[in-house]
Design a protein around this ligand. Structure first.
Ligand code: G1P
Length: 271
């Protein structure tokens, strides 16, 4: 039922300069695979067929990555190096990619609204590639799609974070209606620890219903002067229902050096 996954990928990646000067941050590799490919594989595993990528200036390497490189194919075909291309070939065969550009950086809410043209009028997933997730059984997005089938409403993935870190995340509060599932009654973008309604932080996986676009259009700039998806979802929660979902698995904040190194070690141990 969730067939499209939106990837906001227009950010500058300043924390990884100079690496991100000419390379999109989404293309930084954990081992040999770019961050965004992990995300796309998670979305395919969840049943998504269209990857809707909101890019920006200097991000063309993403489009080239998810396309066939005839020269490379020609060079490598029939050699003992061909297996290096197995995974990316599978990705390219199993979904389609569509792109649009966000010309101004006005926040995650604005990035999602920019993607409306690629999504249309259907529920969709949002995946932030720098939150790299791994799980033993089902992928995080797949777990969320299952939950959507039951509740048919917006869902955000959440995890407990140390209280002193609440100012890095959207933070929710709500009533637990099932084990690890919260009906959200409050959500705040990057609150200081003393103002945080809990230590349940939103991580970069969302299932959204298409009415969110109209809500974002009417959402005023919030934290940092940017249009925040957290604020739009709070409006949604007041109107109807938004769920917070404690997923099964681990998450690495690959937008930080510490998280990136931890992710690299985690995936290296799995080889
Ligand atoms: C964004 C969202 C925030 C969320 C986070 C997850 O923040 O605005 O609510 O908790 O992603 O990674 P960003 O990390 O883009 O500043």
């Amino acid at each position: 039922m969730i067939k499209k996954c939106l990837f906001p990928a227009a950010g500058y990646g300043t924390r990884f300069l100079p690496a991100t000067k000419a390379t999109p941050k989404e293309m930084l590799p954990v081992l040999t695979k770019p961050l965004i490919q992990y995300g796309v594989e998670e979305a395919i595993d969840a049943g998504c067929e269209t990857m809707a990528i909101v890019t920006g200036r200097g991000k063309r390497a993403i489009e080239d990555h998810f396309d066939i490189s005839y020269e490379l194919e020609h060079q490598i075909k029939g050699t003992n190096k061909e297996h290096y291309l197995t995974e990316i070939r599978e990705v390219i065969e199993n979904c389609t990619f569509s792109y649009t550009r966000q010309t101004k950086m006005k926040g995650l809410g604005h990035a999602i609204l920019t993607g409306q043209t690629l999504i249309g009028n259907e529920p969709f997933a949002v995946l932030l590639a720098d939150d790299l997730c791994d799980s033993k059984a089902q992928g995080v997005l797949k777990q969320m799609v299952k939950l959507f089938e039951k509740y048919q409403c917006c869902i955000v993935a959440i995890e407990e974070v140390p209280k002193e870190d609440t100012n890095k995340y959207g933070v929710i509060a709500g009533k637990q209606i099932e084990d690890g599932i919260y009906m959200i009654d409050n959500m705040v973008e990057k609150p200081e620890p003393q103002d945080a309604p809990s230590n349940l932080a939103i991580i970069g996986r969302y299932i959204l219903t298409p009415d969110i676009f109209e809500i974002i259009e009417n959402t005023k700039p919030g934290k940092g002067g940017e249009i925040q998806i957290t604020d739009a979802l709070m409006t949604q929660a007041k109107r109807g229902m938004v769920l917070g979902f404690k997923f099964d698995g681990v998450r690495f904040d690959c937008g930080s050096i510490d998280g990136f190194v931890k992710a690299t070690n985690h995936f290296y141990k799995k080889i």
